[in-house]
Design a protein around this ligand. Sequence first.
Ligand code: WQD
Length: 333
Amino acid sequence: MNILVTGGAGYIGSHTVVELMNAGHNPIIADDLSNAHYSAVDRIGKITGKVPTFYKVNCACKAQLRHVFSQHKIDAVIHFAAFKAVGESVKKPLEYYRNNLDSTMTLLEVMEEFGCKKLVFSSSATVYGPNNPHPYKEEMPAIQSSSPYGWTKVMNERILTDYCTAHPDFSAVLLRYFNPIGAHESGLLGDDPNGIPNNLMPYIGRVAAGQLEKLTIFGGDYETPDGTCQRDYLHVVDLAVGHLKALEYAAEHNGVEAINLGTGNGISVLELVNAFQKVNGIKLPYVVGPRRDGDLPAFWADATKAKQLLGWEATHTVEDMCRSSWNFAKKGV
Ligand code: WQD
């Protein structure tokens, strides 16, 4: 199938494009490169042997999106394109609401115009907010978040749910990611944010590569076994395969479906740091500092529904995630 992948030059998007090509699909990337590099598209070509079709597109611009749909018969869309830095969203709420909501609504309008009725949406565990018990289950209220970024995911889920109610022949799968880390085994694709990383694993990679002095662990006094926060870290390639499975599900079903993509296990910051040091034979300089505002002590997925509905489960180990992260970071690509 011809699959439009918005944000397909990004961290998760590029790994998903590789899995789509491995499965024989024809992914078409639409990315404005605001938080990605065109080099990722070339690297996909090195991995798969074919450089995917690429358009520099701002998904909030209807004319640019219409042009892509007029060039290809798009069978389905995987919608990654969004601003995604939690801290930045607190400082720039309007930019986040404008970009992340306009892009989804514009995409739906253009999909309707061209008769494309299958969508996989990049959502996030952040929609569960601070009040649900973990492990998070899809039927729990997903109606609040702790940042404008997270609120755009809650609102986009609402927009897609209401759109599916109004259009019963439309299919939307809302994938709620937990904490994607790791990199493609080639070391050519990985999490390479602009500037100083907000997220744990890319920050660890920069420290290990000597580009940053030390890691600060945000808080060592939480009510967790070792005092540091626990998260459900999953390998980005497992996550990418989950999108393929979601696409196959959307092709056979109508309506809206929220599905967690996680391992179902909680790992603490300290456990991840120790695993990284052990598997890569690296001593990682770190200090334990104050808590970071907005962090929850612990959450992870109930991954049952993905297994039952998609036949998907995470297969990579923490060691795989740490090894592949370092294999990417040390190349300094
Ligand atoms: C993980 C743990 C930090 C950096 C966020 C978004 C979520 C999703 C994934 C987009 C926490 C600790 C981190 C550091 C640290 N993003 N940490 N030192 O906050 O669970 O989730 O990224 O979809 O929506 O909320 O991920 O990697 O930032 O933090 O100690 O330098 O690592 O306190 O406990 P998080 P994270």
